[in-house]
Design a protein around this ligand. Structure first.
Ligand code: PGA
Length: 235
C-alpha cells in the first residue's frame, strides 16, 4: 500500500493561494509513490474540485471539519450532506478543534456518524489511547465501522505551533498506534501527525505500524510540501 499523506492547511491559503498550490503540486504528484489528500478551507473546496477534475490531477479532497448535525435549521453548519460529492475525506477530533472550539466527545461522535452516513471517510485524530476510550463510550460505530475510518495518532504536544516544529519520537508514535489498534481489536489504517517535515518524514513512514502522515505546517506552502515529498523519494 502507498503511504497516505494528508495535507491539513488549517486556516491558511485563501482561494487564490489554494488554486496556485494545486497548480504547482498537481503535475508533480504522479512522480511520487504516495496517495495525497488535501484539506483546504471550506471556501476553496468547490473550486479545487473543479480544478483537480479538469486537470485530472491525482489528488483527493478532504474537509477540515463538518457539522455534527444533519440537514436542517443549523445556521453556519456545514453538514456532511453538503460535503458529499465534494470531499471524500474529513478530519474529525483534531486537538485544535477541541482546544479552541471546545469540541466534546459527543460532538465528535455526532460528526463521525454524519460522515459515515453519507460515505465520507472520517480521519479521526487521537492524542492518546485514553481519548479513544472516551469516543468509544460515545459512539458504537468506531469499532463497528473501523475499516471505514482513518485513525491518526496525534500527540497534542507534537503539533507545530506555526513555524516551530516539535519533533516526536517515531518509535513512540508507532507504540501509540499499536495501543490504538489494540483497543480497536484489529489493524486499521493508522497515520501519525505532529511536526512532520522533510527531515523526519521518512523515519515515520519506515515503521510498519504507520500507514501515512498528517502534515500541517509543512504542507501549507507548495515548495515546502514538494521538499517533503522529495525527502521521501530519496530515502
Ligand atoms: P503540524 O500539524 O504538522 O503543523 O505539527 C499537524 C496536525 O495538523 O495535526
Amino acid at each position: 500500500m502507498k503511504p497516505l499523506i494528508i495535507a491539513n492547511w488549517k486556516s491558511h491559503n485563501n482561494l487564490d493561494q489554494s488554486l496556485a498550490w494545486i497548480e504547482k503540486v498537481g503535475p508533480e504528484i504522479e512522480k511520487y509513490p504516495v496517495d495525497l489528500v488535501v484539506c483546504p478551507s471550506f471556501l476553496a473546496i468547490v473550486s479545487l474540485k473543479n480544478q483537480i477534475s479538469s486537470k485530472n490531477f491525482k489528488i483527493f479532497l478532504g474537509a477540515q471539519d463538518v457539522s455534527a448535525f444533519a440537514e436542517g435549521a443549523y445556521t453556519g453548519g456545514v453538514g456532511a450532506q453538503l460535503l458529499a460529492g465534494l470531499a471524500k475525506f474529513c478530519i474529525v477530533g483534531h486537538s485544535e478543534r477541541k482546544r479552541y472550539f471546545r469540541e466534546t466527545a459527543q460532538d465528535i461522535a455526532g460528526k463521525l456518524d454524519q460522515l459515515l452516513t453519507v460515505g465520507i471517510t472520517p480521519i479521526l485524530c487521537l492524542s492518546s489511547s485514553e481519548e479513544l476510550d472516551e469516543y468509544l463510550a460515545a459512539s458504537g460505530e468506531i469499532i463497528e465501522k473501523a475499516d471505514k475510518i482513518i485513525f491518526v495518532a496525534e500527540p497534542a504536544e507534537a503539533i507545530s505551533a506555526g513555524a516551530t516544529f516539535k519533533p516526536y519520537d517515531p518509535d513512540a508514535a508507532a507504540s501509540l498506534i499499536s495501543k490504538i489498534e489494540a483497543r480497536i481489536g484489529k489493524n486499521v489504517t493508522s497515520l501519525y501527525g505532529g511536526s512532520v517535515y522533510a527531515a523526519n518524514i521518512a523515519q515515520f513512514l519506515s515503521l510498519r505500524q504507520i500507514d501515512g502522515v498528517l502534515v500541517g505546517q509543512s504542507s501549507v506552502e507548495p515548495d515546502n510540501f514538494l521538499k517533503l515529498l522529495n525527502a521521501l523519494h530519496r530515502s
